[in-house]
Design a protein around this ligand. Structure first.
Ligand SMILES: Cc1ncc(COP(=O)(O)O)c(C=O)c1O
Length: 461
């Protein structure tokens, strides 16, 4: 243990230096494909090695092959933060090695998850009826939501499966043309067939058109198909547009179709005064996913699924072999293995609890609001520029923009040049068929100066 103490102190210092100054590294790794693999031995060592040697290789070989998501110039995809309280919680969580399949195997992980998710639910303004459960990612949260939708819509699906039951008409799952690919993957995995996904066209601001949703459902019903679920997105991946949740919820209620809200990135903004509207209508949803690992300063990974019909999710997944039976289960405790496909689960609630306590609601709201301010500032520079133009509204902390006159190649070359600086990392998407740059703000260390630097690099490259 003496060695552990010594190494832990050394690592604590390394992490503190890292979190204080990730800017000493290029944000986007400069390593060539295959280089790390070639630099490492093909076989595990026969004899144990000293920590000094292992750590030296970590610094020499692993660190250069990192893309630094904690860098304040990270503006790609959705920028994220492993905040200090979250990192400390992960350290503890690794040491405690809780496996929270049953209440008995970790009363703390089970009950802290319940309490912490109730806190978060209140911050988001969601009603009491939503029960939360933590998974690793939004993809898995959405998979579970759609599994529950399937359970609710198809009698006996758990026992009889789908084979031969809906051909040739099939089932349908609706989402906007801008919904995340995790919807497709969930539908494929649930055996509904990829053809079940109906992508509803969006309006000019990239929001699902509810008139077209309504007519698609009517046409499918007329053709004998079973509308299984609708996914509304609050903060789509490319442009962060917000689908009209309230109108979609009204359709789902009238049609008795499961509504899942994908608020993976933007949902947390509902806690900022003035942004409550983004989840208006979500109180009528059956389920909703929000990712604290995206914009709530919680180290990757932690996704939350809120569900108003957790009994249906349990109906889909609970299965208790003899060796996992406990007396407490009969007395009504929550066993987390009942709400998902996996048996074992990490103690993820600890980091969310520590993050919520460390920042407080006020701190979280302030940080999110500041990111929105910075995005608006950047959008203003784009709007005033002769060379660039905005490609989408900026409801949150992502700005989509493009060269006023520029081919795909010119866009790609400019992006490569800017990213080669090592100071910033931006990514791209395609909107209305056109190449678009995305500047996503979400790291706690990002200041106006970093956003300014991104703009300087873009305008001078
Ligand atoms: C709207 C939306 N939903 C779902 C996901 C999937 O997230 P995860 O990586 O947690 O599966 C993303 C990822 O960016 C997203 O933008």
């Amino acid at each position: 243990m003496k060695d552990f103490r010594q190494h832990a102190h050394r690592i604590a210092d390394w992490i503190a230096d890292y979190l204080e100054g990730p800017e000493r590294f290029p944000v986007l790794s400069r390593v060539q494909p295959g280089a790390l693999r070639q630099a490492l031995p093909a076989n595990a060592p026969e004899h144990g090695e000293h920590f000094d040697a292992i750590f030296a290789d970590f610094e020499r070989l692993i660190v250069p092959a990192l893309t630094h998501w904690n860098h304040p110039g990270f503006f790609a995809y959705f920028a994220i933060t492993a905040s200090a309280p979250g990192v400390l919680a992960e350290f503890l969580s690794a040491a405690l090695n809780q496996q929270a399949m049953l209440w008995r195997t970790s009363p703390a992980a089970t009950e802290l998850e319940e309490v912490t998710l109730a806190w978060l639910r209140q911050l988001l303004g969601l009603p009491d009826g939503f029960e939360g459960v933590i998974y690793d990612t939004a993809s898995i949260s959405t998979l579970h939501a759609l599994a529950a939708a399937r359970e609710a819509a198809i009698p006996d699906v758990r026992a009889k499966g789908l084979t031969g039951r809906f051909e040739p008409a099939g089932v349908r799952v609706y989402c906007s043309e801008h919904a995340h690919s995790s919807v497709d993957k969930a539908v494929i995995l649930l055996g509904l067939g990829h053809d079940a996904v109906v992508r509803i066209p969006a309006d000019p601001d990239f929001r699902m058109r509810t008139d077209l949703l309504r007519s698609a459902i009517a046409a499918d019903r007329a053709a004998g198909r079973l509308p299984l679920a609708v996914i509304a997105t609050v903060g789509t991946t490319s442009s962060t547009s917000v689908d009209p949740v309230e109108a979609i919820a009204a359709i789902c209620t009238a049609e008795k179709i499961w509504l899942h809200v994908d608020a993976a990135y933007a949902g947390v903004a509902a806690m900022v005064p003035g942004y409550e509207w983004i989840l208006r209508g979500a109180e009528a949803a059956d389920s909703l996913v929000v990712n604290p690992h995206k914009w709530l300063f919680t180290p990757f990974d932690l996704s939350v699924l809120y569900c108003r019909r957790m009994d249906v999710l349990r109906q889909a997944f609970s299965l208790t072999p003899e060796y996992l039976k406990t007396a407490e289960a009969d007395a009504g405790v929550r066993n987390l293995m009942d709400t998902g496909i996996q048996l074992g689960r990490r103690f993820r609630a600890l980091k969310l609890w520590m993050v919520l306590r460390h920042f407080g609601a006020e701190g979280l709201r302030g940080a999110i609001a500041e990111h929105i301010r910075l995005a608006r500032l950047f959008a203003g520079w784009v709007d005033a520029s002769d060379r660039f133009e905005r490609a989408a509204p900026v409801p949150f902390s992502v700005v989509c923009f493009r060269l006023k006159n520029g081919s795909d190649d010119e866009h790609a070359r400019l992006l490569d040049a800017v990213n080669a600086s090592g100071e910033v990392f931006l990514s791209h998407t395609r909107l209305d068929g056109r190449y678009v740059f995305r500047l996503a703000i979400g790291n706690l260390a990002t200041r106006e100066s970093h956003v300014q630097r991104a703009w300087e690099l873009l305008t001078s490259s």
